[in-house]
Design a protein around this ligand. Structure first.
Ligand code: PEP
Ligand code: MG
Length: 539
């Protein structure tokens, strides 16, 4: 905390960049009131009806919100439909607990389980469960307070805010989100980024009072009841940010600058077809990484061949003749997929994940490879395998893929084997790069940094050590780029470093000439290359 009697300032962590200046509103749940319990039968009926009402509300919210938001809400619906879980709560009512006590203690137990998970992704799911707990309890208490009344443009402050509460707020006039706890990897943070709502998490203790607030998602600051000087400085930072974004967007249409006489190709990373709706995506040289594992969690079941083919085909159609690199499922580690990844591994980051898992599960992998082989005839498709350690794994994947293509062709189905490459994200692959007979390489600097620096990428406490400019990491990137240059094999980098202007000079000096970035970073990266090639600074 900083500041004087007025204008207190708090620093947290950035979850979504942007600026908000508006009324300060606390929205903590408040589910501690009392409720008079009835007979065993009345309590069971009350809970049954509250669960039904909650399911209806969540389904309605999912329909209105659509896309990613709907997917998040499915997690809550899945719990409400888990018969074993719900039966145990009714059993506890049968033993004399009131509906709200039985419900709350079952949910609290689940929340504690998720909270104790080391994985940040699982930990972040506890706020989804707290949301469900509070929703049902509110309904049991008469259903008050379901719709949050928030003045437009407000800076909303909560301990943590579940996705469904976020979706109930009307963000159409702007506003921002300040969380005392929360995590930048939570679902609500993902929603805030997708909607351009500034969000700062982990602000710690903040007084209940405050009439107005400034939220600066860039420097992760919340200022309460700001004085005139604080407002002036805030507005200046906001204006600089706006100008910087506008000038970056202005150069999007121009061809990317060259660096030391060589053209730099800029691709984008996507997770699903909808990501192509981003206004800047059309200015990319193609898709450098499609992370397909998100298709696995979209409908709560593994996608069939047709659903996958439709997704890959849509991306190829969008790209026209531009190259599209689709990565096969990279599940496991920080991306568990129920029904696919293994439970109970002591160390999932070093476990059966990525290509290792796909080779161990040919039933799932075959479906994806069939869809990809069919899509390959429709556009400029390249396919790459993630988490490859040894050349044998690449060859095993290639053999399976080739057999699948042959079988499709024998059955008279249009299919072909696309160009095959690998992600370079395991140090062994970078060090033994010459052993891989790949058509192209794409450096996954997120995982490469994690494994080279021995830092779990989702552990915020290790952030200072997780230095993307560490000489050991740059050495491996340079070796990989050099191998590509000598052999005339394309090498790109698709990890988050490529979207960070501060890393650009180092990446270009390592010899990289192809980068794949988040669509929202495309304009800024293009401008930075432009400035660097004209002898300017990072900008
Ligand atoms: C990487 O590891 O850098 C990468 C691009 O893959 P992901 O972030 O999906 O692991
Ligand atoms: Mg990776």
């Amino acid at each position: 905390m900083q500041g004087g009697a007025t204008g207190l300032a708090y620093r947290g962590r950035t979850a979504s960049i942007g600026f908000a200046h508006g009324p300060f509103v606390r929205v903590d749940a408040g589910t501690n009131g009392e409720r008079v319990a009835g007979t065993l039968v009345e309590e069971a009926l009350a809970l049954r009806s509250a669960i039904d009402v909650a399911s209806g509300q969540i389904a309605e919210l999912a329909t209105i919100a659509g896309g990613e938001a709907a997917q998040i809400l499915e997690f809550q619906v899945a719990l409400l439909e888990d018969e074993d879980f719900i039966e145990a709560i009714f059993a506890s009512i049968g033993e004399g607990s009131s509906a709200d006590v039985a419900w709350r203690s079952a949910l609290d137990e689940q929340i504690a389980d998720y909270n104790s998970a080391e994985d940040e992704y699982l930990k972040a799911r506890s706020s989804d469960l707290a949301d469900l707990r509070d929703r049902v309890i509110n309904i049991l208490r008469g259903g008050e307070g379901q719709v949050l009344k928030i003045p437009s443009g407000a800076v909303v402050c909560a301990d943590d805010l579940p996705p469904s509460r976020f979706l109930e707020i009307d963000w159409s006039s702007g506003g921002g989100l300040a969380l005392l706890r929360g995590s930048p990897t939570s679902h609500v943070a993902m929603l805030a980024r997708a909607r351009g709502i500034p969000m700062v998490v982990q602000l710690g203790a903040i007084p209940e009072i405050g009439a107005t607030a400034l939220l600066d998602g860039e420097s992760a600051m919340l200022e309460l009841d700001p004085n005139a000087e604080q407002v002036r400085l805030f507005e200046k930072r906001r204006e600089n940010h706006r100008k910087s974004r506008a000038s970056a967007r202005a150069i999007l249409r121009r061809p990317t600058a060259s660096w030391r006489g060589e053209r730099i190709k800029l691709f984008i990373n996507i997770q699903r077809v909808d990501d192509l709706d981003h206004a800047d995506a059309q200015y990319a040289d193609g898709i450098g990484l499609m992370r397909t594992e998100f298709l696995l969690t979209e409908r709560g079941r593994l996608p069939d061949e047709e659903a996958q083919f439709a997704a890959y085909d849509a991306v190829l159609r969008w790209a026209d003749r531009r190259p599209v690199t689709i990565r096969t499922f990279d599940a496991g580690g920080d991306k568990p997929v129920p029904g696919f990844t293994l439970d109970g591994e002591a160390n999932p980051f070093l476990g059966v994940r990525g290509l290792r898992l796909c080779l161990a599960r040919p039933d799932v992998f075959t479906v994806q490879l069939r869809a990809l082989a069919r899509a390959a005839v429709r556009g400029n498709l390249k396919v790459m395998f993630p988490m490859v350690t040894s050349a044998d794994e690449l060859e095993a994947g290639r053999k399976l893929f080739a057999e699948i293509v042959q079988r499709l062709q024998v059955d008279g189905i249009d299919a072909m084997l696309p160009e095959l490459g690998i992600m370079v994200e395991v140090p062994a692959a970078a060090l033994a790069i010459a052993s891989f007979k790949a058509s192209f390489f794409s450096i996954g600097s997120n995982d490469l940094a994690q494994y080279v620096l021995a830092c779990d990428r989702s552990n915020g406490a290790l952030a200072p050590l997780m230095d993307p400019l560490h000489p050991a990491l740059l050495e491996l990137i340079a070796r990989t780029a050099e191998h590509g240059r000598r052999g005339g094999i394309s090498v790109s980098l698709c990890g988050d470093m490529a979207s960070d202007p501060r890393c650009l000079p180092a990446l270009l000096n390592c010899g990289l000439r192809e980068l794949s970035v988040n669509a929202s970073a495309l304009a800024q990266i293009k401008r930075t290359i432009d400035r660097l090639s004209n002898g300017g600074g990072l900008g």
